[in-house]
Design a protein around this ligand. Structure first.
Ligand code: SF4
Ligand code: SF4
Length: 248
């Protein structure tokens, strides 16, 4: 399983892969005893905006309500982008909040990380998507499958285009936010973060398709970031002018 320190980039996993990529026609195998421990004590079940929207649609609740009730929110140390992950419930043995009677209560809307396990996804800036087998230390019945069949079983191909778009958006935003944070005052940085949360996770209607809303939110975000940049520039000019006045 992945460590918390590997979580970043809007919940994408950021780490150096040490195992080979697998073709969709290639086979893989892993052992599973069906103990359910992969739904317990996990701090690394990270959600994309699409994952949150799917859960919100399943529960018929606004995404922000779902996030408040079931997730932990933070800002990625490296990416400086929002990171949302499922919050284990301490009073219930540190289980995932959706683990009910040893079953996933949101099985048909489970996060990508859960649907893929023990596979993981790698997406490049150019949008090519590959899969690999995460190292596991589980024992039990050996399960063997072709990658393509395993993905199809969990409906991954149907959501792949959205996951690729999400990853590309996060990678592009990471560069943009890094540049803004280099010149913004803390008050503007906090506003950037609020805008990112809204555009990527919260400003969504669970009854409408996700992708058009993401694109619409990105256009709005673009305009809002431009506005903040202009505000920061005006403040810089005023600050320079006041320094010049006091120097005279
Ligand atoms: S993958 Fe491992 S932790 Fe998860 S149910 Fe199977 S044996 Fe248990
Ligand atoms: S969302 Fe479902 S599959 Fe994923 S950790 Fe929680 S209970 Fe397990």
């Amino acid at each position: 399983m992945l460590k918390q320190s590997q979580l970043d980039l809007c919940g994408r996993v950021d780490f150096t892969r040490e195992v080979p990529l697998l073709g969709r026609d290639e086979g893989f195998s892993f052992a599973c005893a069906g103990c359910g421990d992969c739904c317990r004590g996990r701090e690394d079940i990270v959600l994309s905006g699409f994952d949150l929207w799917r859960i919100a649609a399943r529960l018929r609740l606004p995404p922000r309500t779902v996030a408040r009730a079931f997730c932990k929110a933070s800002i990625g140390v490296v990416s400086r982008l929002p990171v949302l992950r499922l919050a284990p419930v301490r009073e219930e043995g540190n289980n995932c909040p959706f683990l009910t009677h040893s079953r996933c209560a949101i099985h048909d809307a489970e996060p990508l990380v859960c649907a893929l396990y023990p596979l993981a996804q790698e997406i490049t800036k150019e949008g090519s998507v590959s899969y690999f087998l995460q190292p596991t230390s589980c024992g039990g019945q050996v399960i063997s499958a072709k990658v393509g069949d395993y993905l199809a079983r969990y409906d991954i191909p149907a959501r792949e285009a959205t996951d690729v778009r999400w990853a590309q958006v996060c990678m592009a935003l990471e560069d943009r936010v890094e540049a803004l944070e280099a010149v913004f005052e803390p008050v503007f940085i906090r506003r950037v973060q609020q805008k990112l949360w809204q555009a990527l996770y919260y400003r969504y209607d669970f009854a409408a398709p996700f992708l058009p809303q993401l694109e619409e939110n990105l256009r709005g975000l673009d305009a809002e970031l431009e506005k903040l940049s202009a505000l920061q520039k005006r403040r810089n000019v005023r600050f320079r002018e006041s320094i010049e006045k006091t120097d005279k």
